[in-house]
Design a protein. Structure first.
Length: 100
């Protein structure tokens, strides 16, 4: 598989948790991805948190663990994820933020 064609936001192999990671609600859950400094993570959010655009506050260590788990869901290595993220930041809107 060529890593460059992989979608880091693919959540088809991620396991939804039994409750929202932010507010612990148990209804209308879906798996969403979030981009952190250390990698893309997946987390389970309820419809309310998704609509409000809430994102979790994670320590770098937590984010690292979660992004490693999401690497496993995607079937890629952490290195492959880092490469994909670097490629995405180069052309993405986040580039202005990062180069400041
Ligand atoms: Zn929620
Ligand atoms: Zn995942």
């Amino acid at each position: 598989m060529t890593a460059t064609e992989l979608d880091l936001d693919d959540t088809s192999s991620c396991n939804p948790a039994s409750k929202c990671s932010l507010c612990n609600a148990r209804g209308q859950l879906s798996v969403k991805t979030a981009t952190t400094l250390v990698g893309v993570i997946c987390l389970t959010l309820c419809a309310g948190c998704v609509a409000a655009g809430r994102s979790p506050r994670l320590s770098p260590a937590q984010a690292a663990v979660m992004s490693l788990e999401h690497c496993q869901h995607l079937g890629i290595t952490a290195d492959a994820m880092a490469e994909l993220m670097a490629a995405a930041t180069r052309d993405g809107p986040a580039a202005t933020e990062a180069t400041r």
